[in-house]
Design a protein around this ligand. Structure first.
Ligand code: ADP
Ligand code: AMP
Length: 211
């Protein structure tokens, strides 16, 4: 199965992708994670990306598409994959069909902008294993420590409210048109992402099991 999860920053794409990836045995590919790995390792590419990502702008299509093409060749993608954070504009959506062919479904996780600032300011992720938490909606057992691996939880610098506002603008102007692009192909599943995490995942799993 080849799935794309679309939704504004903080809609819950990463959270749901991790749950679905375990349930269906699919690889979870987050282009944000692939890019952050480059920044963290201070590769020449990572040094170029740092300021763009910190400002909440989009990295160029060529760079992201190349990272994605490489990642998709890995063994764990043989059974299928869930793309989280890609495509981010219509040109990436057009490029994606050249890279992977037809998709099975595009899941549009809908959440109103008003909920997003709070979600992002409470988001914490594990620097070790990438597990995702929220200080209020999905807190770790011990503050600041990952339940799964004991790693230290970090706050992303691009989750600051001013940057989140900019990322929402970028989402509405560049990414939302991607939903129309896939609507025309009749493959979009819409889901209410404002419900609690386990309700969203239950609904989504049931819908995808019917495919
Ligand atoms: P995205 O990948 O779309 O940017 P995340 O999955 O990282 O979003 O979720 C953003 C934050 O909101 C995280 O802290 C996560 O724990 C929390 N979150 C995700 N889904 C929900 C939900 N349905 N209700 C409340 N909080 C959520
Ligand atoms: P995310 O983890 O999906 O919230 O992405 C974090 C940041 O990585 C974004 O704000 C962009 O700067 C960059 N990014 C992630 N995916 C893409 C993409 N498909 N195209 C361009 N930039 C991306």
């Amino acid at each position: 199965m080849k799935l794309v999860l679309i939704g504004c920053p903080g809609a819950g794409k990463g959270t749901q992708a991790k749950i679905l990836s375990k349930h269906f045995g699919l690889a979870h590919i987050s282009t944000g994670d692939l890019l952050r790995e480059q920044v963290k390792s201070e590769t020449p590419l990572g040094l170029k990306l740092k300021s763009i990502m910190e400002s909440g702008g989009l990295v160029s299509d060529d760079i992201v598409s190349e990272l994605l093409s490489q990642r998709i060749k890995a063994d764990d993608c043989k059974n299928g994959y869930i793309l989280d954070g890609y495509p981010r504009n219509v040109s990436q959506a057009e490029g994606l069909s050249a890279i992977v062919g037809e998709l099975d479904r595009v899941v549009d996780i809908e959440v109103a902008d008003e909920l997003i600032i709070e979600r992002m300011s409470g988001r914490r992720s594990c620097g070790g294993c990438g597990a995702m938490y929220h200080v209020k909606y999905n807190p770790p057992k011990a503050e600041g420590i990952c339940d799964s691996c004991g790693g230290k939880l970090i706050t992303r610098s691009d989750d600051a409210p001013e940057t989140v506002k900019h990322r929402l603008d970028v989402y509405h102007s560049q990414t939302a048109p991607v939903i129309d692009y896939y609507n025309k192909k009749g493959i979009v599943l819409k889901i209410d992402g404002s419900k609690p995490i386990d309700e969203v995942s239950k609904e989504l799993t049931e819908l995808l099991e019917k495919l």
